[in-house]
Design a binder for this molecule. Sequence first.
Ligand code: GAP
Length: 430
Amino acid sequence: MAEDKIEKLVALCKRRGFIYPGSEIYGGLQGTWDYGPLGSLLKLNIKQEWWKSMVQDRDDVVGVDASIMMNPEVWKASGHLEAFTDPLIECMICHSRFRADKREEIEAHEETHKGDKVEWTEPKKFNLLVEAKLGVIEDEKQTVYLRGEITQGAFVNFENVVSSTRVKIPFGIAQIGKAFRNEITPGNFTYRSREFEQMELEFFVRPDDREGDKWFDYWKEQRMNWYVNLGFDKKKLRFRKHEDDERAHYAKYAEDIEYEAPFGWSEFEGIHHRADWDLSRHKQQYVAENGEKFTPWVIEASGGVDRSLLFFLLDSYKEDGKRVWLSLHPKLAPFKVAVFPLLANKPDLVKKAKGIFDSLRPHFMTAWDDRGNIGKRYLSQDEAGTPWCVTVDFETLENNTVTVRDRDTARQDRVKISDLQKYFFKRLNS
Ligand code: GAP
């Protein structure tokens, strides 16, 4: 069932317009994915919820939106040119490359050679930064790197942010954006991609062990609660501490938030204690009100938009006989409401339903459906994760009420048209 689930989800994503393989009509491009009409809405909702909880609802975090291409000196200073590497081994039969620490993938590959003895090269360091060439004169083109983490854009602007806002330590810089990695073996659907989006908080604190530990624990809890409050099954989430030999070059210590995916426990957010690694490398300092000058420490909460989207989908995928539905949290659901006329060939019903559709649309992502019968429309909205369906029937024409059907319980409420906006607003925020 577990393996099955991912295959079913991939099929649903393609069929319903959540996620398509990148550049599919030209044979694809490994490790890239395109989000369709439903997927792009889901992605936007995840990012908006993250931004709301990290920036809008807080006094101590401000946002930035830095460039993807940065001066290569940034990556030299941050240590990525030297240390942002994976150990890579190559199959001496077919020259396929794998990460030396991915035992299961290596064994699976050996089996494809059906009994032939597979020899491997010694592990070699492979830098994950993606190179690009910038400039118009062929011989003078400058090599730049597409950012391997969005993070450095926050650090190189540290002093800019302090001097242009009223932030005081402790405070954070939040950012959402694309990152690129030359992953050796992209796979597990969107889980390991070469282009992906991150949502990150860099939180700056006094360089002091107690402060560092306090905020590390605080952000661990905040981030786990955020996922749980958006509907994740708590039993499928856990923290995992990084061992000494797996920590990134910048991390003093680190813990991951992991989800029990069909392909095993898998990380999708990292809480990292980066101490003064980055700010000291970029020579960025903080000057306190009393004139004291110091290099703050950084506690980072770095989540993947694509990975959390994949896990929100996996966690909400439900089946019951023929019915398949996504029990997505209403705040994340691409459409909040769908409106149907009971019969598409009755102009009075259609007109009334259109009026309701037009009145809800400015406030909620609202879908319209007048195809097939009501049962099929419910099934279709269930697969899209739409939490509520409004049906305009003959009773509506008599007393201005509609049925509102709930995706998860299939319960139907009779609600006055004039109360609908309030009704959905309340349910969305309850
Ligand atoms: N700034 C710290 C940093 O980038 P990371 O653990 O390398 O840390 C953070 O990445 C998050 O970015 C991961 O938890 C994951 O959600 C996402 N991520 C990393 N590599 C990814 C990939 N190849 N495909 C999709 N998401 C990825």
